[in-house]
Design a protein around this ligand. Structure first.
Ligand SMILES: Cc1cc2nc3c(=O)[nH]c(=O)nc-3n(C[C@H](O)[C@H](O)[C@H](O)COP(=O)(O)O)c2cc1C
Length: 352
C-alpha cells in the first residue's frame, strides 16, 4: 500500500487532448509525461477465454487509438487492452468536438459544462467520434506492433465494426473488418454491436436477437478458432436482454462486454445530426454495475457459459471491484484512465 502512484488529475492534463482532433491524438499522443512506476506485486492471474492473464483489469475499446497507446496501457498495468474499433476501410470519423464534459439530467439527458470537475468522482463526458479507422494496410502492421509491445500475461483484444452500404452486405463488411484483425494476428476479437454515435443500423444491432444471431454466427464462423466477444449497451427490458444473450450463446460468441456509452440527448448538441451522443464516465456506473448483476444472473440461470466483461463509470481503483464482486470476470475503464492513467497501478497496489 505504501508507494502507490499519485492521482493524475488535476496536476496533469488528460493523456487524450480533447481540444485536438482525433487524427492529432492518434499521430502525436498519448500525451503522457510522467513516470512509469514499478508495478506492485503480486499478480492476480485469471483465465480469460483460455488465456492466462496477469489481472482482470483492462481498457475497453476507445481510448487506445493505436500501438503507441496500447504499449503505454500495458506498461501502466492494464492487462487487457482493447485496440479501438476498426472498420474494413479508412474512415475519418466526426469533426471536433469529439469529447465534452457534461452533467446528467436523469438517465437519458445531459448538458454540457465547460470545465472538467475538480474531483474526478464527477468526471462524466459525452463522446462522439463516428468510429474513425485507419486503412487495412496500416492496421495489419500496427496491430502486430501493439501485440508485440505487451508483456507476459497481457492480452490484446481487437474491436471491429461493419459498415452498411459499403459495397457488400452489412454482415459481410463486418466479417471483412474482423478478417483484417484476424490476419493481423488478433488472439481475441470483439464486435462492436452498440456504438451510439453512428447510424441506427450500426448502433442498435445488439438490441435485436435476430440480428445478433445472424451477425455473430457469420463472425464466429469466419474467425474460428479466435474467440468472439460482443460489445453491447443498455437493454430496454429484461426479456430483450435474455433473448439477445440466448442468441449470442447459440451463435457461439464466447463473451459479452457491457456497457457501451449511454445514448443521451445532450444540450447543446455536439453538432448537426448529433442530437444525441454517447455519455460515459462516472454518471453511468450505477447502470453499468446493474447491467453486470443482471447479466451474471441471466448467464447462470440459462447456463449460457458466457464470460462477462464489465465497464462503465470507473473513476477510482475501488470501482473495478464493484464489477468484479458483481460477478464480472474482467473490469475495464475507458474515460477514467484518460484523466487518471494510474488507476490500474493503484488497483494492483491495493490488492495484496
Ligand atoms: C474516447 C472514447 C472512445 C470510445 N470508442 C469506442 C469504440 O470505438 N468502440 C466501442 O465499442 N466503444 C467505444 N467507447 C465506449 C467504451 O468502450 C465504454 O464502453 C464506455 O466509455 C463506458 O466506459 P467508461 O465509463 O469507463 O468510459 C469509447 C469510449 C470513449 C471514452
Amino acid at each position: 500500500m505504501k508507494h502507490l502512484p499519485p492521482r493524475w488529475h488535476p496536476d496533469h492534463p488528460a493523456i487524450y487532448d480533447i481540444g485536438k482532433s482525433y487524427a492529432v491524438n492518434a499521430a502525436e499522443g498519448p500525451f503522457f509525461q510522467g513516470q512509469i512506476p514499478k508495478r506492485p506485486h503480486p499478480n492476480r492471474w485469471i483465465d480469460f477465454l483460455g488465456f492466462k492473464v496477469r489481472s482482470p483489469i483492462g481498457v475497453p475499446a476507445g481510448p487506445l487509438l493505436n500501438s503507441r497507446w496500447i504499449s503505454l496501457a500495458g506498461k501502466l498495468g492494464y492487462d487487457l487492452p482493447v485496440y479501438k474499433t476498426i472498420r474494413s476501410f479508412a474512415h475519418p470519423g466526426h469533426a471536433l468536438p469529439n469529447m465534452v464534459y457534461v452533467e446528467t439530467d436523469g438517465p437519458r439527458a445531459a448538458h454540457q459544462i465547460g470545465e472538467p470537475p475538480s474531483d474526478l468522482s464527477h468526471l462524466t463526458v459525452t463522446n462522439s467520434f463516428g468510429m474513425p479507422s485507419k486503412s487495412p494496410d496500416f492496421l495489419l502492421e500496427d496491430i502486430g506492433r501493439a501485440q508485440e509491445s505487451l508483456g507476459e500475461g497481457q492480452l490484446l483484444i481487437v474491436s471491429v465494426v461493419g459498415t452498411p452500404n459499403h459495397g457488400v452486405s452489412f454482415a459481410e463488411d463486418f466479417v471483412r473488418a474482423a478478417m483484417i484483425a484476424k490476419e493481423a494476428g488478433a488472439k481475441v476479437i470483439e464486435a462492436n454491436f452498440s456504438c451510439p454515435n453512428v447510424g441506427k443500423a450500426e448502433g442498435c444491432l445488439y438490441m435485436s436477437p435476430e440480428s445478433v444471431g445472424v451477425f455473430a454466427s457469420a463472425l464466429v464462423k469466419a474467425i474460428r478458432p479466435v474467440p468472439l466477444i460482443l460489445k453491447v449497451g443498455l437493454f430496454d427490458n429484461p426479456e430483450q436482454m435474455k433473448q439477445v444473450f440466448l442468441a449470442a450463446a447459440r451463435a457461439g460468441a464466447r463473451a459479452v462486454c457491457g456497457i457501451n456509452s449511454v445514448s443521451m440527448q445532450v444540450q447543446p448538441p455536439l453538432g448537426e445530426g448529433r442530437a444525441s451522443s454517447g455519455v460515459c464516465g462516472a454518471a453511468i456506473r450505477p447502470q453499468a454495475v446493474q447491467f453486470i448483476k443482471e447479466a451474471v444472473e441471466l448467464n447462470q440461470r440459462e447456463r449460457l457459459g458466457l464470460t462477462l466483461m464489465g465497464c462503465g463509470g470507473i473513476v477510482e481503483p475501488g470501482h473495478f471491484d464493484e464489477f468484479l464482486t458483481a460477478g464480472a470476470t474482467i473490469a475495464m475503464v475507458a474515460t477514467g484512465m484518460m484523466w487518471d492513467p494510474y488507476l490500474a497501478l493503484r488497483w494492483h497496489g491495493s490488492h495484496p
